[in-house]
Design a protein around this ligand. Structure first.
Ligand code: TMP
Length: 215
């Protein structure tokens, strides 16, 4: 782990996991956290909306209210995000942790920007004006042609309750925006351990590049 000129296990990295529901994000984050810990890295795991007490309250509000104006939905989630960045993510990065977050600004571009029709550039502009604001080092998009395994759409999630047609639009939007924003797409409908291996490889390669750039 110790390399010439520095210790790779102390390089902070902000990694975001994205994708439509039912592609194994939460499971993979657990596997990745376990593997990184085994390899000697310090990790913090969090999620959006959520990650702070206020964020978890906002999560419940957003998930339960199906009739919010798109911009209200965006600003509630963005408010939770500002607290999350300032109180959880940035402090952990300052201590040299790898921060693994289940959803972040890419979700706002996909769900509020496209699904809710605000516009990707409009959402991006609002995010960029917020303070604190933070760009992920690495966005990993888990992709599958269909929801994986025993996944069933929840009637209590305002996007999932629209079923497979919304799901397909979410998937396509992730693929399109990945090309525009340089997100890394990982095939998720494979043996779980192969998916985890690819995620770990992407993270460690990014850490190595970051370390070289910072030397
Ligand atoms: P999940 O954590 O179970 O995936 O649920 C989070 C829900 O919140 C999901 O439907 C996507 C939605 N969401 C947005 O609409 N915009 C966002 O910026 C984020 C982070 C999540």
């Amino acid at each position: 782990m110790v390399t010439q000129g520095g210790n790779i296990s102390n390089i902070p990295l902000f990694v975001v996991f994205e994708g439509a529901d039912g592609v194994g994000k939460s499971t993979q984050i657990k596997h990745v956290e376990k593997e990184l810990t085994r390899l000697g890295y310090k990790t913090v795991v969090s999620r959006e909306p959520g990650g702070t007490p206020l964020g978890e309250t906002i999560r419940a509000i957003v998930k339960e209210n199906f009739d919010l104006y798109p911009w209200s939905e965006f600003y509630l989630i963005q408010g939770a995000r500002i607290e999350h960045i300032g109180k959880v993510i940035e402090p952990a990065l300052r201590k040299g942790y790898i921060v693994l977050v289940d959803r972040f600004t890419p979700s706002s571009l996909v769900y509020q920007g496209v699904l809710r029709d605000i516009g990707v550039d409009e959402v991006l502009g609002a995010i960029e004006h917020s303070q604190p604001n933070l760009e992920p080092d690495l966005v990993l998009v888990l992709d599958a042609p269909e929801p994986i395994g025993a996944f069933s759409f929840s009637s209590s999630d305002s996007f999932e309750r629209d079923g497979l047609s919304s799901w397909r639009e979410i998937r396509t939007t992730y693929i399109e925006l990945s090309q525009r924003f340089g997100w890394t797409v990982i095939e998720a409908d494979r043996d779980e351990s192969h998916v985890t291996k690819d995620l770990i490889t992407a993270i460690i390669n990014h850490l190595k590049t970051k370390m070289l750039l910072e030397q």
